[in-house]
Design a protein around this ligand. Structure first.
Ligand code: DC
Length: 223
């Protein structure tokens, strides 16, 4: 049977780096589904398309070829063949991704691609709707979170390292705004699936979080 693991959670919970480590330990791939919404958000910004304009964004999503590939240094995301991996982590793209992800037709398209990839290969998927929508029959389902202040602190340190100048207060405000949009949208809002196991990483370090998830996966696989 396919080994598919779903990890959902709010902004800055560390889903992507934790999912990467979990996948590596299990010898399987990691699909960062947020990168696909980011690629769409980036393209809208670049082409001057208003992200609030649902009709235009849905049209863009349908005509755009967003693909992912796995290389030695992890996932790369492509738009029409251009590698946009290094361009999709800015605060502007984060907010644009959150906005375009509100639209039902956009979600339908993204979910279809993600389900196809997960059916082909054993993988860990991280996102917002993985456990409820993309992988309702996942081997293990995790809801990874931490307090907003802790998530903002981690995100702030990460951005400082990259030379991005936002203050901690700004990072916290952006994070709360995006959480609010992701949790209160009408279509597939972020929520903990009833059968997902909650992992609160507020008091855990990175390795502790990875180990906690591996333990859950092991229990689910054996049980
Ligand atoms: O995980 P992330 O921060 O890279 O995701 C960017 C945005 O994309 C996020 O604010 C909401 C949206 N998203 C989503 O709606 N569903 C997913 N499975 C992944 C991301």
């Amino acid at each position: 049977m396919r080994l598919n693991i779903g990890i959902d959670g709010p902004v800055g919970a560390g889903k992507s780096s934790v999912a990467d480590a979990v996948a590596e330990r299990l010898g399987i791939l990691h699909l960062d589904t947020g990168a696909m919404y980011r690629a769409l958000g980036l393209t809208a910004l670049r082409r001057g398309i208003d992200v609030q304009d649902e009709e235009k964004i849905v049209r863009l999503c349908r005509e755009l070829k967003v693909t992912v590939g796995h290389q030695a240094d992890g996932q790369h995301t492509f738009v029409e063949g251009e590698d946009v991996t290094g361009l999709i982590r800015t605060p502007e793209v984060s907010m644009a991704a959150s906005t375009v992800s509100r639209y039902a037709e956009v979600r339908k398209e993204m979910v279809r691609i993600q389900q196809r990839l997960a059916a082909e290969t054993d993988m860990v998927l991280d996102g917002r709707d993985i456990c409820m929508t993309v992988l309702p029959d996942a081997t293990a389902k995790i809801y990874l979170t931490a307090s907003a202040e802790e998530r903002a602190r981690r995100r702030y340190l990460e951005m400082k390292e990259k030379g991005q100048p936002d203050s901690y207060e700004q990072v916290l405000e952006d994070l709360k705004k995006r959480d609010d949009q992701d949790m209160n949208r009408p279509v597939e809002p972020l929520r903990q699936a009833p059968d997902a196991v909650l992992v609160d990483s507020t008091g855990l370090d990175f390795n502790g979080t990875v180990e906690a998830i591996l333990k859950i996966v092991e229990e689910k696989r054996n049980g």
